[in-house]
Design a binder for this molecule. Sequence first.
Ligand SMILES: [Zn+2]
Length: 146
Amino acid sequence: MFATSHEGLKPFSLTTHSEIGSSSCSYVKVQGDKSPYDGNLIYWSSRLGEHPEMPKRKALLLKKQKGKCAWCGLHFLNNDVLEVDHIIPRIIGGKNEYINLQILHKHCHDEKTTSDDSLKSRKTMREKTTSDDSLKSRKTMRLHIE
Ligand SMILES: [Zn+2]
C-alpha cells in the first residue's frame, strides 16, 4: 500500500537478490574443486602417479610401489617423511636412474643407509649416538602438506 507510486520497484529488487544467490552458489562450487586431494596426498599420488603437491618422480614411485615402503612394506601415511633411495647405492656403482630408485620411510632409509655403509666399510659397526647426531644434521625432504 505504501509503494503505490512505483510498482515496478519491488520485482526489480527481488531479481537482483536472486542473482546474488546464484553467483554465490557457483563460487562455492569452484572452492569445492580443491577438496578431492585434501588430506590424501599419499593416496592420490599412489593411485594416479601424480599430484600437484608431490614431485613427479616421487608420485610415480609411489604408484609403482602401491603406496608402500619398499623396506618395511607398510603403507605410507600422510604424516610420514618420505625419502627417495638408491636401491643400489651410488657409492658402489648404482645409477641415478628411475629403475634404481625407491621410496622409503625416513627411518627405513636410515636403516638401509646403515646397512649400505657396512657394505662400504665393514670395519666397525657405528655407535648409536653417532648416527643419532647425523640424523639431526641431515637435511630431509619433507612432504608439502598445506
Ligand atoms: Zn618403511
